[in-house]
Design a protein around this ligand. Structure first.
Ligand code: 5AD
Ligand code: SF4
Length: 466
């Protein structure tokens, strides 16, 4: 999953009455955290908490945190510092303000958060957020609660689904977690430690949730997993199903117009999944497939368990069944021991793939991961210089991809009102934001449009047809 620094407040969905408590959830990190925040919000709604977008009017502030890189955790601690002052001011007025920390920093730091930040009432890990209401009840009685166990029970079985109206208010595109955790143990990565080992949600649960989303007006579903293409479950035919089989099955749901999935590992891109890209019109031609480095030596040190050549061959196979597949990736520069020649290999693989979109990061030492103990850590200024070169190449490719869309007629899923009156923002099959003149009543429709121009972060289009 991409962990570009999304930082979003969960949307308010209903008008609470004056007596309800209000919760403000701030989400850091990847799309799975966005999904988790929504599910925590739903769990809190059944406890009488209404969502708010105004931090100042909240009785509970919940930070859903990310631990993937260093700055992510630093940001959480500085946010908590600011909240401490807010809580002091509230307490002085005799008012309640509870502060909770959820997500991967909660999992990794646990008790340490309570030690560093006396104002925090609840620390809850990603595998226990179904127990958040209970933790809050205890906290209100005066306890400070840390719950970061890897729960034995399935949290999804214990979480309420939102009302249809609430789901509808969230828009026509939704996330659905199908898999969590990771057994790959890339040597730079904390995920196997914060999210635990790979777990797949059962087929029935996924189908029910997808159906429920569609019944509530959702047109596009993005399946989420740290290693989404490692999803496995027993199918109704008794066979073991993989992500490809799941996509074929989901594509049968009437009204579910678009499917996506993220994030994939190259080792788990099996034939059935590639076939699904060939056969399913609803499966969008956009694939986030991180490679991290173009150097075999570094790939080995990262424990990625494939070579640059194998990655390129895989993409060639995918493009042979789906020629318009837009590729996206993640890159790390400055992994311990990375030489100039290794970095040149990364630039070369980027040239060879030609990405439509990509995320690139300086290597950040994560305590407890094998990478942290490697000799030959790379100086910050070398990392910065490499990142700049890589990003300028990736940006050039991204701009070229956007330009190549001009003049094309594409299907646009109309998602939300645009900034200008009379405009709607839609999503292209390749995940680009596209502005077009349309009516709010058309939100949820998929209409043909012609791309007529490009902006810094979006495209412009005009409707075509009658
Ligand atoms: N340092 C820098 N980038 C990292 N990522 C994961 N761990 C680290 C780290 N320690 C990046 C990888 C991954 C993405 C989600 O975040 O590129 O694919
Ligand atoms: Fe981290 Fe590697 Fe697992 Fe991705 S595959 S979550 S980078 S350990």
């Amino acid at each position: 999953m991409s962990t570009d620094p999304i930082s979003t407040a969960s949307p308010a969905e209903s008008q609470p009455n004056a007596n309800t408590r209000k919760v403000f959830i701030k989400t850091y990190g990847c799309q799975m955290n966005v999904y988790d925040s929504i599910r925590m919000g739903d769990a809190l709604a059944s406890e009488g908490y209404a969502p708010t977008e105004e931090m100042e009017e909240a009785d509970l502030i919940l930070l859903n945190t990310c631990h993937i890189r260093e700055k992510a955790a630093d940001k959480v601690y500085s946010a908590l510092g600011r909240l401490r002052d807010m809580k002091k001011a509230r307490t002085a007025q005799g008012q309640e303000l509870m502060i909770g920390v959820a997500g991967c920093v909660a999992q990794a730091e646990g008790e340490e958060i309570l030690r560093r930040e006396p104002s925090v009432d609840v620390v809850i890990g990603p595998q226990t957020y179904h127990r958040l209401p209970a933790a809050l009840r205890r906290a209100r009685e005066g306890d400070r609660v840390v719950d970061t166990d890897y729960a034995v029970e399935d949290k999804f079985e214990h979480l309420p689904m939102a009302e249809k109206a609430q789901v509808r208010a969230r828009g026509v595109s939704a996330f659905l977690t199908v898999q969590e955790g990771c057994d790959k143990f890339c040597t730079f990565c904390v995920v196997p430690y914060t999210r635990g080992s790979e777990v797949s949600r059962p087929l029935r649960q996924i189908l029910d949730e997808a159906q429920r989303l569609v019944d509530s007006g959702v047109r596009e579903v993005t399946l989420l997993g740290q290693n989404v293409n490692a999803w496995r479950a027993t199918g109704p035919d008794g066979r073991e199903w993989g992500l490809g089989d799941l996509l074929y099955r989901l594509a049968e749901i009437p009204g579910l117009a678009r499917l996506r999935y993220t994030t994939s590992h190259p080792r788990d891109m099996d034939d059935r999944l590639i076939q699904a890209h060939r056969d399913l019109r609803t499966l969008m031609p956009y694939l986030h497939l991180p490679v991290q480095s173009g150097s075999d030596r570094i790939l080995r040190a990262m424990n990625r368990r494939h070579t640059a050549e194998e990655y390129l061959r895989l993409i060639a196979r995918i493009r042979s069944v789906k020629p318009d597949m837009a590729m996206s990736g993640d890159f790390i520069v400055g992994f311990p021991g990375e030489t100039d020649a290794d970095f040149e290999d990364t630039l070369q693989i980027v040239e060879a793939v030609n990405y439509a979109q990509a995320f690139s990061f300086k290597y950040s030492t994560r305590p407890g991961t094998p990478g942290a103990d490697l000799p030959d850590q790379i100086p910050e200024e070398v990392k910065a210089e490499r990142l700049e070169r890589l990003q300028s190449l990736l940006l050039k490719q991204q701009a070229a991809f956007a330009k190549s869309c001009v003049g094309k007629v594409i299907d646009l899923l109309l998602e939300k009102p645009g900034r200008m009156p009379g405009q709607i923002i839609g999503r292209s099959p390749w995940l680009q934001s596209v502005n077009v003149d349309a009516k709010p009543s058309q939100i949820g429709d998929i209409i043909p449009v012609r791309i007529i121009g490009t902006g810094p972060n979006s495209l412009f289009a005009e409707p075509v047809g009658p």
